[in-house]
Design a protein around this ligand. Sequence first.
Ligand SMILES: *Cc1c(COP(=O)(O)O)cnc(C)c1O
Ligand code: SF4
Length: 382
Amino acid sequence: MEEWRQILADSIVKPKDLADHLGVDPKEIEAIVGDYPMRITPTVLATIKAQGDAIWKQVVPDQAEMADFEAPDDPLEEDLMSPVPHLVHRYPDRVLLMVTNQCPIYCRFCTRKRLVGKPGFLKKGELDRAIEYLRVHREVRDVILSGGDPLLLPDHLLDRILKALRSIPHLELIRLGSRVPGTLPQRITSRLCEIVKKYHPIYMNLHFNHPDELTPEVKAACGRLADAGVPLGAQTVLLKGVNDDPDVMKRLVHQLLLARVKPYYLYQADLTKGTNHFRTTVETGMQIIRALQGHTSGMAVPHFVIDAPGGGGKIPILPPDYLVHLDEDGALLKNYENKTFHYPQPANGHGPFDLAQGRRELPMLGAHPAMSGCSDGAFEDA
Ligand SMILES: *Cc1c(COP(=O)(O)O)cnc(C)c1O
Ligand code: SF4
């Protein structure tokens, strides 16, 4: 057996093992792991410093998962946007392809809690059908391998999938979403890197939520992927009691850049059944962006997005006060120090975009409280 397979097999999956290692009463979580599986890799276990800390909360089952109000199982309505099994086609030119439902750890806040870690996910022929869909849908230029975690697939299967995708001429980008480098860094072997290298451009977005996850071992794993020519981004979920704090988030984004990973998305937590105890207000996320933008490297600032319930896709959210006012004369702006600036529009510079779209969409801006005291009525008749 490959070393990483053995390490994965040494993970904590049974309530009894959790009791041995972390002093949790196995009876308390027996019922939870029946519905929502648990896995804690040795790397993650070693990062837990105290009961209830930021790493613990992400992986140790909690009674609140079962006592949840009626939130949907599939809040992003991925099942409805799935033309063939395991493929979600929500945006015009890119699709999400779930190649496995196994993960190195089972995050308690997972949006796909209904799917991950359960037996019988990928049935024979389903992957071929998904690849066939991509072959005939020439509008798709970007495919995201997700799951579950694609880096848990055995080398030969990953190689086969990447090869099949690369044989489709209109597919420009292949992306992988993975929590493996941060939780099972031993999986990033030189053999894996050699496989990935054959199919560039390959991008990876790695899941990280807390600065303590960036141990020297984890940073080295990210470095091996970066050395293999893979541009690395990070996806972070905003989680109550884990990272809903500007100082924690600033340490996280700095650690990510040190690990050669560029913060990409900060997600508002989805409305998934069994995960509501992790949700924060939207203002918390805006406060974090406000604390980063301008105060530290622009490279460190992720896009804060809400994946709209009901399948609306990711919608970017900025603190509302950067653009105080906009009309044909110019933009009234506020910077990170709360100082006000004016940017004049070009004279006679109005193109079809401004008239057809800008004017129609801007009244919403005019309705915002930040606009009071700035009422020239420019948009009132738009
Ligand atoms: C997030 C997501 C994508 C990729 O979105 P980007 O903004 O391009 O990173 C594609 N499809 C689905 C269904 C997604 O949820
Ligand atoms: S690694 Fe991703 S898909 Fe897997 S349990 Fe965690 S959040 Fe869900």
